[in-house]
Design a protein around this ligand. Structure first.
Ligand SMILES: [Zn+2]
Length: 154
């Protein structure tokens, strides 16, 4: 035994459940302390970010929706498809933010380089909206419904 924290002790330290011996070792050993800190630091940053997204009241999402709608309305798009793509891109940002809530691993970033990036983007948004709809994405679904309504001939 090299005297450093065992796997169990390391796990307990990360979870703030260290026993006396582990606490003492962490106080004395910069190597273990640094390792635990780097892990808890990253985990806490992710939790804070997730809580921020999760903790937004309904009014926040309402404001987001209104803000996006307003920007869509005031933007002068030469082609209706471009307008739709712009909305899709905005929704992908919402998607990426909300993916923090359900996944630990990094979400796949939409590939902009190959194939038709517009189609890939629209497809990914469509798939996400058609799968189970997390709470955070409901504004995006409402937005697409509005876009559909807006594009119907009057
Ligand atoms: Zn150590």
């Amino acid at each position: 035994m090299n005297g450093h924290l065992s796997n169990e002790q390391w796990e307990a330290a990360v979870l703030h459940q260290s026993n006396e011996a582990a606490v003492k070792h962490l106080a004395d050993c910069a190597a273990c302390r640094g390792e635990v800190k780097s892990f808890t630091g990253a985990a806490e940053a992710a939790q804070v970010q997730a809580r921020k997204v999760m903790g937004q009241p309904e009014t926040f999402w309402q404001q987001q929706r209104e803000g996006i709608s307003a920007r869509v309305a005031t933007r002068d798009f030469a082609h209706p498809r471009k307008r739709l793509i712009w909305v899709a891109a905005t929704m992908v940002l919402i998607l990426l933010a909300s993916s923090l809530l359900s996944r630990n691993d990094a979400p796949p970033t939409p590939s902009m380089a190959q194939t038709d990036p517009d189609d890939a983007l629209l497809l990914s948004v469509q798939q996400s909206i058609q799968s189970d709809l997390p709470q955070a994405l409901r504004p995006a679904a409402l937005l697409t419904a509005e876009m559909d309504r807006a594009s119907e001939p009057r």
